[in-house]
Write a protein that binds this ligand. Structure first.
Ligand SMILES: *Cc1c(COP(=O)(O)O)cnc(C)c1O
Length: 361
């Protein structure tokens, strides 16, 4: 078996910091003298309760989460929030306003239609989700119980570069693929949520940051496990939480703190992304999917326009140690996901590879 690690550009689950994996490895059979693995511990044990509390505290510090917000560690998957959000928030007005800028926000809007009247703030499907609308282009619904959007469109490679202004209508945001990649003013949001497997931890954990007071208005048939109030009242411990993933999140948060926190992550994000965008823009062969001004710092989508040549690129890149660059079927071409844990060096080397492929084909 080879010991060498590849540069993994997977969209999710995705690369984790090497030091995090090494620390988890060192502690895997005996967590700090407990004589057992975190995977084997009772979620009610002192050792695990400490991990849980510390991880919550670290996230609160790194994201500057105000005191009147709860941080939940759930198992729903990001997709589970597509149902949980309308079930809990739509009751008061019976309607909600959705910005559809990609696959996941489209799925979220479709799911929400089961529970109330959904108005669209925008739908960027007219140009295959290659752009983000400006504030003045949004059709806001002042009667809506909440406004929903997805901050970074993982599949299409676009990212909002502003937080929409929605007046008194609470903002709900899917930050699955760009959470902790920049400082965020949490106080502007009603709910921020993220599946952990893109930028934070292994798959199996969904982080929800929710303003106090948004719970307790659920539709009467809301399942127990889909009720924010159940989870807030029991501090995410109504049942067994995803213990191992919470521990891994804690290790990743230490790594983020050691590397300059959210601001440090933002600097690295644009260092990586700008390098890749410049290289692709200066090539002969490659074209970018996302329009200028809407481009994601996390998922870079590009193609040659020739499917056979795209396939050759992906094949030769894989052979050179740059893996998982094939694009999602909805976009085609290639996608390089360059999350927090992707070393700048990995992108530098990918750019070298792109330049030589461009010259030789
Ligand atoms: C991956 C992803 C999802 C779906 O996540 P699951 O945890 O697999 O349900 C939703 N939204 C965004 C933005 C994503 O990147």
């Amino acid at each position: 078996m080879s010991n060498s690690r590849v540069y993994n550009f997977a969209a999710g689950p995705s690369v984790l910091p090497l030091s995090v994996l090494e620390r988890a490895g060192a502690e895997i059979t005996n967590y700090r003298g407990s004589g057992m693995s975190v995977m084997e511990m009772s979620h009610r044990s002192k050792a695990f309760m400490d991990i849980f509390q510390e991880t919550q505290d670290k996230l609160r510090r790194l994201m500057n989460v105000p005191e009147d917000y709860h941080i939940l560690f759930l198992q729903t998957g990001a997709s589970g929030q597509f149902s949980m959000i309308p079930l809990n928030l739509i009751g008061e007005t019976g309607r909600a306003n959705y910005a559809v800028t990609g696959n996941f926000s489209g799925l979220a809007a479709k799911e929400a239609k089961k529970y109330g009247r959904i108005t669209l703030a925008c739908d960027t499907g007219d140009r295959n989700h290659s752009y983000i609308p400006r504030q003045e282009e949004l059709t806001l619904d002042k009667e809506a119980g909440y406004f929903y959007y997805c901050a970074n469109n993982t599949i299409f490679g676009t990212e909002w570069d502003y937080v929409p202004e929605t007046g008194d209508v609470p903002l709900v945001c899917d930050m699955s693929s760009d959470i902790l990649s920049m400082p965020v003013d949490v106080s502007k949001f009603g709910i921020i949520y993220a599946g952990a497997q893109k930028n934070m931890a292994p798959a199996g954990l969904t982080v929800v940051i929710i303003r106090d007071g948004l719970q307790g208005h659920e539709l009467p048939y809301t399942p127990l496990m889909m009720n924010y109030k159940t989870m807030i009242d029991k501090d995410s411990m109504y049942n067994t939480p995803p213990c191992w993933c919470i521990y891994m999140l804690g290790l990743t948060l230490d790594w983020v703190a050691e590397n300059g926190g959210a601001a440090g992550m933002e600097a690295l994000k644009w260092q990586r992304a700008n390098m890749l965008y410049d290289t692709l823009e200066n090539s002969r062969l490659f074209r970018l999917h996302a329009e200028k001004g809407s481009r994601s710092g996390m998922n870079v989508t590009f193609r040659t326009g020739d499917e056979a040549l795209d396939a050759k690129f992906v094949r030769e890149a894989t052979e050179a140690g740059f893996v998982n660059l094939k694009g999602h079927r909805l976009t085609g071409g290639m996608r390089a996901s360059i999350y927090n844990a992707m070393p700048v060096e990995g992108v530098e080397k990918l750019c070298d590879f792109i330049r030589s492929f461009d010259k030789n084909n």
